[in-house]
Design a protein around this ligand. Structure first.
Ligand SMILES: CC(=O)N[C@H]1[C@@H](OP(=O)(O)OP(=O)(O)OC[C@H]2O[C@@H](n3ccc(=O)[nH]c3=O)[C@H](O)[C@@H]2O)O[C@H](CO)[C@@H](O)[C@@H]1O
Ligand SMILES: C=C(OP(=O)(O)O)C(=O)O
Length: 441
């Protein structure tokens, strides 16, 4: 199996460039099938496993997708199929984001039911509530969700019980071609929603208010392909900010939008980290001693749940007791068991993790339980005594481009190797095909 091997103790120095945002590019690619006319050119696309998965979904639906040198061209002018099978949805829940565009363009869709996941049960009731409010009939059976609308979706007022990112995106896409006006209340405000709305508007849609709690979409007759650039990945940026801070390093993080990182910048400054906005990015300088803080994950502009595991690593190295409260996902502490294998002192009480430090972390063999957990374990390896071996790298590859290489370029003692797992020979993973030539995936 593939492993990342990290030997702790090096301070990180230099500069690192952040790729395009995974969570922005996936809905944008899904939205590209709304265009019956013209092609879309999408720039700043990260070469991630999830991007290859959504490309496969689009090809299965009969769109023509070419990914070359960080740019994707989508031609969805031909007739589209309407089914997305389990093999894609199981790999990546965001495959469900083709439901809104298919309903809007064709009037029906048949998407495999997304299963449970390592961070909780993740229902999709808010997506479905939105489609139903717009006139779709939804049926669930045999592992599929079938949605159908008699003629055309109709705009409506939809109040989300929780500001779900995916539901806001799916409903927003569906509403672009609906008859009349749709208003999403208690909408998610994440920067990725704004990125999607900007693309939809370049395609000819009328989306107003993205980035606020009320998004208004006036339905139009048709959409055309458009050019669009994906925003930088705030979670990848945040992960490197923690890498710099935890190693007492000095790193310039390039290609970032500081505005998207405010909640993280504020928390890291409270921990004693120096963060300077420079012309080319954010300079992050780790302090001699980290101070503890409490963290509560919240929908944007609150503290992002996708930075929770990485911040837990930082708290493990801080002096005193800090509490993390996870309010977005019901079960996002699978990494705690792995941190304990590295000598981390963490107690779980309900949805809180109580972290007492500073811990001298020790190298161990640990497994990535989800993509951010995987990144956090690598961060822990950077400061652990001895060698850390991180397995289940398919999770990390979902969200980080060249993670090992980028850390190595900053001075980390790290490599990615293919090693036989003697304890579990039947569990062999083939080397990931997308590592062969990401530009042509
Ligand atoms: C591809 C992508 O963009 N993924 C991000 C997106 O996931 P995703 O779009 O799945 O996250 P949501 O905002 O929808 O989910 C947040 C919470 O709402 C619940 N919920 C959601 C929808 C629904 O219909 N019913 C319901 O109960 C979920 O179970 C979860 O507890 O936002 C999350 C929250 O910032 C991030 O962690 C993910 O990285
Ligand atoms: C949870 C995440 O992604 P996804 O919603 O794609 O599982 C993430 O990016 O941390």
């Amino acid at each position: 199996m593939e492993k990342i091997i990290v030997r702790g103790g090096r301070r990180l120095n230099g500069s690192v460039k952040v790729d395009g945002a995974k969570n922005a590019v996936l809905p944008v690619i899904a939205a590209s099938i709304l265009a019956k006319k013209g092609k879309s050119n999408i720039d700043n696309v990260p070469a991630l496993a999830d991007v290859f998965t959504i490309n496969e979904v689009l090809r299965y639906l009969n769109a023509d997708v070419v990914f070359h040198n960080g740019q994707i061209t989508v031609d969805a002018q031909g007739a589209l199929h309407t089914k997305a099978p389990f093999k894609y949805v199981q790999k990546m829940r965001a495959s469900f984001l083709v439901m809104g565009p298919l309903l809007a363009r064709i009037g029906h869709a048949n998407i495999a039911l997304p299963g449970g996941c390592a961070i909780g049960s993740r229902p999709i009731d808010q997506h479905l509530k939105g489609f139903e409010a717009m006139g779709a009939k939804v049926e669930i059976g045999n592992g599929f969700i079938k949605a159908k609308v008699e003629e055309q979706l109709k705009g409506n007022r939809i109040y989300l019980d929780f500001p779900s990112v995916g539901a806001t995106e799916n409903i927003m896409m569906a509403a672009t071609l609906a008859r009349g006006t749709t208003v999403i209340e208690n909408a998610a405000k994440e920067p990725e929603i704004v990125c999607l709305a900007t693309y939809l508007n370049s395609m000819g849609a009328k989306v107003i208010g993205a980035g606020t709690g009320t998004v208004r979409i006036e339905g139009v007759e048709a959409l055309s392909g458009a050019d669009h650039t994906i925003i930088p990945d705030r979670i990848e940026a945040g992960t490197f900010m923690v890498a710099a801070a935890i190693t007492k390093g000095n790193v310039l993080i390039e290609n970032v939008v500081p505005e998207h990182l405010r909640p993280l910048i504020a928390k890291m400054k409270d921990m004693g980290v120096t963060i300077i906005e420079e012309k080319n990015g954010l300079r992050v300088i780790g302090p001699k001693k980290l101070k503890v803080v409490d963290i509560k994950t919240m929908p944007h502009p609150g503290f992002p749940t996708d930075m929770q595991a990485q911040m837990m690593t930082l708290l493990l190295c801080a002096e005193g007791t800090g509490v993390i409260t996870e309010t977005v996902f019901e079960n996002r502490y699978m990494h705690v068991e792995e941190f304990r294998r590295m000598n981390g002192d963490i107690k779980i009480q309900g949805n809180s993790a109580i972290i007492t430090g500073p811990n001298q972390l020790r190298g161990a063999e640990v497994a990535a339980t989800d993509l951010r957990a995987g990144a956090a374990l690598v961060l822990a390896g950077l400061v652990a005594d001895g060698t850390t071996r991180v397995t289940k790298l398919k999770h990390i590859d979902r969200g980080y481009v060249n993670f090992t290489e980028k850390l190595k370029s900053l001075g980390a003692d790290i490599e990615r190797i293919y090693e036989l797992d003697e304890r579990n020979l039947e569990n062999l993973e083939a080397p990931a095909p997308y590592k062969i030539n990401p530009n042509f995936a």
